[in-house]
Design a protein around this ligand. Sequence first.
Ligand SMILES: NC(=O)c1ccc[n+]([C@@H]2O[C@H](COP(=O)([O-])OP(=O)(O)OC[C@H]3O[C@@H](n4cnc5c(N)ncnc54)[C@H](O)[C@@H]3O)[C@@H](O)[C@H]2O)c1
Ligand SMILES: N[C@@H](CCC=O)C(=O)O
Length: 544
Amino acid sequence: MATGFFRVPTPVNEPVKSYAPGSPEKESLLRTYKELKSKQLDVPMYIGGDKVYTDNKQPMLQPHDHQHILGHFSEGDASHVEQAINAALAAREDWANMSWEHRASIFLKAADLLAGPWRDRLNAATMLGQSKNAYQAEIDSACELVDFLRFNVHYMTEIYQMQPESSPGVWNRMEHRPLEGFVFALTPFNFTAIAGNLPSCVAMMGNVVVWKPAHTQIYAAHMIMELFREAGLPDGVINLVYVDGPTTGDVVFGHSDFAGIHFTGSTGVFQNIWKTIGNNIHKYKSYPRIVGETGGKDFILAHRSANAKALATAISRGAFEFQGQKCSAASRAYIPSNLWEEVKGYVIEDLKSFKMGAPEDFSNFINAVIDEKSFDKIARYIDGAKESNEVEIIAGGNYDKSKGYFIEPTVLLSHNPQYTTMCEEIFGPVITIYVYDENNFDDTLELVNSTSPYALTGAIFSQDRYIIDYATKKLDQAAGNFYINDKPTGAVVGQQPFGGARASGTNDKAGSMLNLLRWVSARSIKETFVPPVDYRYPFLGENK
Ligand SMILES: NC(=O)c1ccc[n+]([C@@H]2O[C@H](COP(=O)([O-])OP(=O)(O)OC[C@H]3O[C@@H](n4cnc5c(N)ncnc54)[C@H](O)[C@@H]3O)[C@@H](O)[C@H]2O)c1
Ligand SMILES: N[C@@H](CCC=O)C(=O)O
């Protein structure tokens, strides 16, 4: 059999298209958007080689126009989860034995399809189903997913190249085996790229997967599955089911072949999953890999030396892009008293210029939040602020769900640094600001570090290099992604490996070698060329 030591193409980040007025990409995307919007899809689950339809049809809505249905998905039950596990296990041997370069080819082809003919379709699906504007959909569902696929293939080869030393007469080798069993990918609503990455990077390493997306992301999720199939992913390697979370969890976490979970979502759900796995630990063949990236309460801390305009821009973009429905969105800010009036002026000016509405109008910066449950939760936080005498509403504060789930970008000013919205994740377009005495930077650093249980992202703004150095050291455990003079969001694959610690997750850095290492189990092999033929140590003979 002919073979070689193959080098994969060097990955570079997929360029982000502008969708500027009159651009060909804008025209082409809008055409696809309108085409998809005009029809209703009947979306199946994908189990083994089958597209599985059930009688339990659930609507897929547009968050910005909830009476407009995009189609229906077939909801499954526990029996479908069992079938998906069986299909995965049946596919395991062939997939695990496929030469790595062919696994790589499938995902590199998926990346090229997505960068080319599939780009508009996945972007339009993300705009329609998750209410992202064109630019944010482009960053997420096109560029970030393309980057995940290409960079992960590259990291995979780096892992395979990790080999031990050998001594004379011996050749030591290390194999990076897929896990024994199946892996469960449980994905959130807010990023199409994350939904695509969680099952695919696990499969890339030779594993088989059962994938359950959030119900509100199924519209784009099924297109990702179609993309992988077109790229040549064999049947049964990734099995996509639409079953409610607890029912899926009961079947998956009770199965002896459960080998790991790749999760992104909220902290509470992840902590419950961890407990369930702990309680069932005696049932499994191996200790399951538990990888979870979860919630955040991401901060901006400004020093009195900060540039007020840059700081205000970081607040406007960092808190409100994608309606704050980003794990990394800035949701608490600590501003020194000397800068507050100026910063407030810029932020209010920015917010006045924001347009809110459906994504098909490309001039809308703000779209809708994902569903009624999220809308009601965010509205409750805003109502709480209206009633509190510890908080003022500086901007926004209105909401309306009559047509779509629209919440005005809202800036709260809290006089209490421990007020609820300074501590809890809201996951919506709300930022709370605490203005501190400009001479009290040290105490404020401590406040930032200790106020919330999360440690996902954070930013320091200062023009003073001693302060930047000092804050970077003091806040070393406060954020897994730390930004200097930039908004605490918008991590790019290959540039800022992403993930947080404390209650924000296991910090296995999505889109990096660190993450992929969790999906392999190394086997060390020692081969001795001329084995000894006498058991005695040399000195045993001399003592006679
Ligand atoms: N740290 C990160 O990288 C990152 C990235 C994106 C989103 N997030 C977090 O995700 C959350 C928003 O996403 P979401 O609302 O989809 O999260 P979620 O926790 O509600 O849902 C995530 C997934 O878990 C499933 N699920 C929910 N309850 C379950 C249960 N009891 N048992 C089993 N499965 C269950 C959901 O159906 C979904 O597929 C936020 O907290 C955000 O911070 C984190
Ligand atoms: N890569 C993204 C992660 C978003 C999570 O929801 C960011 O940093 O903005």
